[in-house]
Structures are given as structure tokens and as C-alpha cells.
Design a protein around this ligand. Sequence first.
Ligand code: NDP
Ligand code: 8X3
Length: 251
Amino acid sequence: MEKIALITGVTSGIGRATAERLAAEGYKLIVTGRREDKLKAVAEALKAKTEVLPLCFDVRDKQAVETALNGLPEAWKAVDVLVNNAGLAVGLNPLQEGVVDDWERMIDTNLKGLLYVSRVVLPWMTARRKGHVVNLGSIAGKEAYLNGNVYCATKHGVDALSKGMRQDLLPYGIKVTQICPGAVETEFSLVRFKGDAQRADKVYQGFTPLTAADIADAIAYCVLLPAHVNINDMVIMPTAQANSSQFHKVL
Ligand code: NDP
Ligand code: 8X3
């Protein structure tokens, strides 16, 4: 039977790899992001494998989220898998030197954006008594690290929301999985350091980081399990990373 996955933030990194992986598994895809040119290119590439519906919006804009998602053709609202992936870190400063605008971008994207999207899609799932929500948490949502303060707080929030959703959705048979990676080499650090490629590259030097495809594999494993099996929480680390702040680097 045809299955539909809605993945936020497919214009790069984990979202894109997950879209590619679920397309290969035969899912029809609703894919989102803000950068329209990149979104179109990703959607075009995916169309070789499956049916794809791209939606360009900013998850921080509640009205835009509601308009885009509620405007989907009825048949596309039968979403089987929602991957709440869109997210970011901005800055890496001690709290006392933090940039309030950076904090707001992280809180608005990682928490409020996830909530806006979920608030529209979850009633479609409860009506069908069927579905699977996959939230991108982080090792940063398990342990805070130096200067990670607000990003870590948003991912601790995703951890709490995943636990809460799982309870609220339990009577409907809807699965909720949280995926918590350590360092994955994507555009994440380039975004965190506001385009400073040299600083971003340094994050991944001296060890082998995870790839977006590693995380996509884990997500595919979770969503392809039998109906009676759910992975609540998956922490996935590079072998060279013990916890949120301890790396074995050979430079
Ligand atoms: P990338 O920067 O490579 O991708 C982030 C994606 O999110 C992009 O497609 C971006 O698209 C989208 N996005 C960001 N802000 C918005 C917004 N306001 N509205 C809509 N889409 C948005 O990072 P990753 O792939 O690494 O990150 C994906 C998720 O994984 C995030 O939630 C991140 O916190 C989490 N994560 C990442 C880890 C890592 O080490 N990389 C480790 C643990 C968790 P666009 O800019 O086009 O809008
Ligand atoms: C991203 C991983 O450790 O840079 O969530 O915060 S980390």
C-alpha cells in the first residue's frame, strides 16, 4: 500500500538524506524548506524515484505553516510518517554574552516550528488512528555542553515534547520516536557559525563524524518496523564521541 511521509527541512543534511532513503523505500513525499531553489532541485531529483510534493515555508511562521499544510490535496493529508527535522543552532556563546536574536531563532524554529507543524498534522493521524512521528532531538537534548545553553535547552524541549506526544497519542496507536544524534557533518555548523566555513570545518576535523545518511538509515529502521514495535528514543554517536562534549580527536 502507498505510504506518505512529510519531512521538514529537506534542503540539506539529515532531512535530504531521509527523503532520499524513504523515497527508495517507496514512500510518497511531502518535503519542505525555506530555500526555494534548493527545495525545487531536491524535489526534482526525488521525482525520479517517487511522487513528491514540495512546500516552501518557514516553520516559524504559524500562518504560513497552516496555509501550506491545510492547502494540501485531501489525499496527501493521509500522512503516515511525520519527520520533524527542520532545526538549527545559531551561535556558541556563554549565556551571559548570548545574542538574544540567535536565541529567538533557535526557540522559534526548534520548538515553536515543530509544534506548529505537529498541531496541523497530528489531527490527520488521530482521525486515521495511524501514524508515526519522528522528532530530531540531539545529544544536546540529553546533556548540556559548554556554551550550548539555548540550543541545548531547545533540544531538551524536544525530548520533553517527544515524551509528552507519546503519551497523548498512545490511545490512537500513533508511534513517536526521538532520534538523538551526536556530531553529524551537514550544514549544521556552517549555520551555527553564520557562514564561517573555516570554523565549521574545524568541528569535524580529527575524527570521523556521522553522515546524514547514517541518520537516515536509523530513521528508516524505525519507520519500517512492524506495527507493534516502536523505538522511543535512539541516541546515535560517532564512535569517537563519548557524550555531548568529549571527543577523541587525532589532529
Ligand atoms: P542542516 O543545516 O544541514 O539542515 C537543516 C534543515 O532545516 C535545512 O533543510 C533547513 O532548510 C531547515 N530549516 C532550518 N530552519 C528552518 C525554518 N525556519 N523553516 C523551515 N526549514 C528550516 O542541518 P542538519 O541536517 O544537521 O539538521 C537537521 C536536524 O538535526 C536539526 O533539527 C538539528 O538540530 C538536528 N541535529 C543535527 C546534528 C548535527 O550534528 N548536524 C546532531 C543532532 C541533531 P532551509 O534553510 O532551506 O529552510
Ligand atoms: C547537534 C549536535 O553536539 O553539536 O545537535 O549539539 S551538537
